[in-house]
Design a protein around this ligand. Sequence first.
Ligand code: PLP
Length: 387
Amino acid sequence: MPHIADRIRSSSPKSYGMFAKAARRPDPSSLIHLELGSPVHDTPQHIKDATIEALQSGQVHYSNFAGIAPLREALSAKLTRFNGIAASADTVLVTNGLTQASFATFMALIDPGDEVILLAPYYPQHINKIELAGGRIVFAPLDVQDNFSIRADWIEERVTPRTKAVVLVNPCNPTGRVYSRAELAALARVAIDHDLIVISDEVYEYVTFGAQHISIASLPGMADRTVSMFAFTKAYAMDGWRLGYLTAPPVILEAIMKVAANEVTHVNTFIQYGALAAVLGPPEAVADMIDDDRKKRDYLVRSLNQMAGLTCRSPEGTIYVFPDIRATGLSSATLADRILEEAKVVVEAGDFYGPLGEGHLRLCFGSQPMDRLEDAVSRLSCFFSAL
Ligand SMILES: Cc1ncc(COP(=O)(O)O)c(C=O)c1O
């Protein structure tokens, strides 16, 4: 491949796990998909209406590279009120989903050879971006025995003079944990003591079931060293819209802007008016969807715990359960393959999230309506009783 850049050849192939396997099957219409985190709900009507109105009224031109001013003002108020981050509108950048926010952040901060710590089990889609920036990934385990809690001492043991950043996913995909203030404070202490940046993925910030979401940037000393990233993707069921945002200290934001402006100039102008309607709109629109997710979470957890060989904790947030399958004696990849083949349900193998995810499956309860989830549960019940 003589024409291909080294950064492409030397980075790991992009993997879509069981989704890719299911796509290659000859029987796609017989499958129930519980692997992809694409919300089942439709985007609330007031958000669509505001977007259509903006489009019809001529909001079709270049706008501010960081995002339209009223949206950044509204996001700055939301960040202050909900996240406890005193971000002015000048320190907000609107992005194409959290994916672009994280890509631009890694590109702006990571030099070749820099080490970036990921907490494992990890969200795999951050890996490629870090590699493309030339970074070296170092894994710090979460405490599997203690409900995947953060162990600051285990993170600290992995810090070297090359460590630049720690990536935090809170609420956590795939484990469903919403980290406590004490866990975040312990991580913050390591970041401050070793002069590290925390790159905080908070795409599930609103999708919690009673647990309080805390943004690490709101902790003392952290606002100056955190890039906080958010998206409209999950809570507003806007995954196809590709809308997110971040806030960062001014010098870091300027560096990120250099990447983002070269990459996409800015996010589509009229779509940002939909985002504005989402931020200013009635909170019930989000609360109703999360209430529906909570019902499905409770149903799926109860059902999985009745199946032979499975033990499932109730996730504090996100749209995923992460049941322990070790009692089946099978590896997670074998089990996910057999469930696909025999039960025609697509679930993700725990080892997709790294070796520390082994012994688990990940199932998404937020991607199907209740009746479809019930079908999946009856297929899984048959499968596990025959295993
Ligand atoms: C932890 C996490 N971060 C980022 C993303 C991607 O977000 P977006 O679609 O806004 O780019 C996802 C999507 O599933 C996710 O689970």
